[in-house]
Design a protein around this ligand. Structure first.
Ligand code: SF4
Length: 329
């Protein structure tokens, strides 16, 4: 069983996991809230190190990342467990259980798969990758040495010290900002808002960063909350791509799906502060990236089919303005 980092010993054979802000105190034989970090006779162990539940070559737009290597496919890997308890989790079979089928894949094997598939990068996604930080770091190091990028898709729930190591290993991330209401984090998903904001602040300007908020009717869909989220993100970078995603009923939530008109209204609120606001899970809504200077389409999207016809090199083909998109040179 692999040995964890990011913990300390307490009296009574208790281990304090210091990886995420849950800061679990774990007694011998028990596991933390995420279910994947275990006190094994006084050593914090990783019984699910390298146990992968899904490995697939996805369009990077599916992460979603819209301004990072658009149109490219990315080898994506998922694990088991999560530090949150979201009752609306779309991947609850792997995030809230450790009994779902998983197969062992070493860091070297995963990198070899990415190279074989001619992926430009590896995405750590589907479930919560941060609770497997040791595996992510081991893999990312090998991947970078082979010229691959590393992409994190995460709830952003991590303590500052491991966050430093994580950000050093990553090139891009999409972080969920599930609400701007501390009570929502506390009562609905058993977490805290402040550490997620802190991680977003740490990541902004350091790696390529996009943020996603799943809009749930009656839970986080007020205009005031959207104003607060958009102002916060704009204070870091008004050109940060922001994705508003429509919720649909799943797992423990049976609230009706988010009406598209409601998300469109919130997107207009966000656009008062942010340049690039996208609506996801909404069927026919445009997700094109427009030139900030002349308004022509830089990156056209129809589902996961991407057109780069509006870009020449790193510039708008029509007016020559620099395109706000990484990975095109
Ligand atoms: S990573 Fe897991 S065990 Fe560690 S503090 Fe977070 S939830 Fe608890």
């Amino acid at each position: 069983m692999s040995k964890a980092q990011f913990y300390s010993r307490k009296p009574g054979n208790i281990l304090l996991c210091e990886l995420c802000p849950n800061n679990c105190r774990i007694e011998s034989g028990d596991s933390g809230i995420c279910q994947v970090r275990k006190n094994n006779a006084g050593i914090l162990s990783l019984p699910y190190y390298g146990m992968c539940t899904a490995i697939a070559l996805d369009p990077i737009e599916k992460k979603p990342l819209y301004h990072f290597y658009p149109g490219k496919n990315i080898l994506s890997v998922g694990f088991l467990g999560c530090s949150f308890k979201c009752p609306f989790c779309q991947n609850f079979a792997i995030s809230q259980s450790v009994s779902t089928h998983a197969r062992p894949v070493s860091p070297q094997n995963l990198v070899d798969m990415a190279l074989k598939e001619q992926s430009f990068a590896i995405a750590y996604t589907y479930s919560e990758p941060i609770v497997h930080l040791e595996y992510v770091l081991d893999t990312a190091s090998i991947a970078r040495a082979k010229g691959l990028k590393n992409v994190l898709v995460s709830n952003g729930y991590v303590n500052p010290k491991p966050a430093e190591e994580l950000l050093s290993a990553m090139d891009a991330a999409n972080i969920d900002l599930k609400s701007f209401n501390p009570d929502f984090y506390k009562e609905e998903i058993k977490g805290k808002l402040a550490p997620v904001k802190k991680f977003i602040e740490m990541a902004a300007g350091r790696i390529h960063l996009e943020v996603t908020t799943l809009i749930i009717p009656g839970k986080n869909d007020s205009v005031r909350e959207m104003e607060e989220i958009a102002q916060f993100l704009a204070s870091l970078d008004k050109n940060m791509p922001f994705h508003l995603s429509c919720y649909y009923p799943t797992y423990k939530y049976d609230i009706a799906a988010t009406p598209v008109y409601s998300v469109k209204k919130l997107a207009d609120v966000a656009r008062k502060y942010l340049t690039y606001v996208y609506i996801g899970n909404a069927g026919g809504e445009s997700t094109d990236t427009l030139c900030i200077s002349c308004g022509s389409v830089l990156v056209g999207r129809r589902g996961y089919t991407v057109s780069l016809d509006g870009i020449q090199g790193k510039n708008c083909r029509k007016c020559g303005a620099v395109a706000p998109v990484a990975g095109l040179d």
